[in-house]
Design a protein around this ligand. Structure first.
Ligand code: PGA
Length: 250
């Protein structure tokens, strides 16, 4: 019922030219692949080009962030209306790098979630604990608070397109992956909190991706876990063959 989603987060990598070269190599490698939804998050300067080049294929592209307002004096920001105008239907929200380096908060993610819904966009919202929080046995409390804050006053119908990514911060770009069991445990906890916020039907239909050092070598074991509905891949999504191997997990 939950179609798996494999997403690539390109962070601050690739010029438009490099993004198009990626697509040229990648599209034939995943042609006709229908088991999983495939999504890329290029930088804002490449986004329109990638959307255009991927038109009519089984690959979509979304933005790495957005503001919640349609326009205004907000230097450096991009609005939902602007994204929709270039055919963008997906947006990544609350990524840990936004939270750690650019002071993103879940209160703002909450506003952005409402904006995404108003524009019929699919938001992919990231949650995850820091290493110190895990070591202090605070993972559960941290994740529950994050989910509750992000989904505050959001109804099941407003969250109908929501996708979640569980990304333990200590596993991002470090080569350390949460064990499949550890990830599954966090996913179950997040799903429980979703049910609490938006009802059990919504919780059951929401896809929860795992992110943090996903590679061709560990994707199959992660996907074998009940409750892991896909992956958000950083570093390993930058190379067409590597990302295609992840998409073709067994
Ligand atoms: P990583 O990044 O796969 O390079 O660990 C994941 C992410 O930040 O989404």
């Amino acid at each position: 019922m939950r179609k798996p989603l494999i997403a690539g987060n390109w962070k601050m990598y690739k010029t438009p030219k490099e993004s198009l070269a990626f697509l040229e190599a990648f599209l034939p490698l995943v042609k006709g692949h229908d088991r999983d939804e495939i999504l890329l998050f290029p930088t804002i300067s490449s986004l329109a080009h990638v959307i255009e080049a991927a038109k009519g294929t089984n690959v979509s592209a979304g933005a790495q962030n957005m503001h919640w307002l349609n326009e205004g004096p907000y230097t450096g920001q991009t609005s939902p209306t602007m994204l929709v105008s270039i055919g963008c239907k997906h947006v990544l929200l609350g990524h840990s790098e936004q939270r750690l380096y650019f002071s993103e908060t879940y209160e703002r993610v909450n506003l952005k979630l409402k904006a995404a819904n108003n524009h019929a966009m699919t938001p992919i919202v990231c949650f995850g604990e820091m290493l110190a929080e895990r070591e202090e046995m605070r993972t559960e409390e941290v994740l529950r608070t994050q989910v509750r804050t992000a989904l505050h006053n959001i109804s099941a119908s407003e969250a109908q397109r929501l996708v979640i990514a569980y990304e333990p911060i200590w596993a991002i770009g470090t080569g350390k992956t949460a064990s499949p069991e550890m990830a599954a445990e966090a996913h179950a906890l997040i799903r429980q909190e979703l049910a609490h916020c938006c009802g059990s039907q919504m919780a059951e239909s929401t896809r929860i991706l795992y992110g943090g050092s996903v590679k061709p070598e560990n994707i199959s074991a992660l996907m074998a876990q009940e409750g892991i509905d896909g992956a958000l891949v950083g570093g390993a999504s930058l190379v067409p063959t590597t990302f295609a191997n992840i998409v073709h997990y067994t």
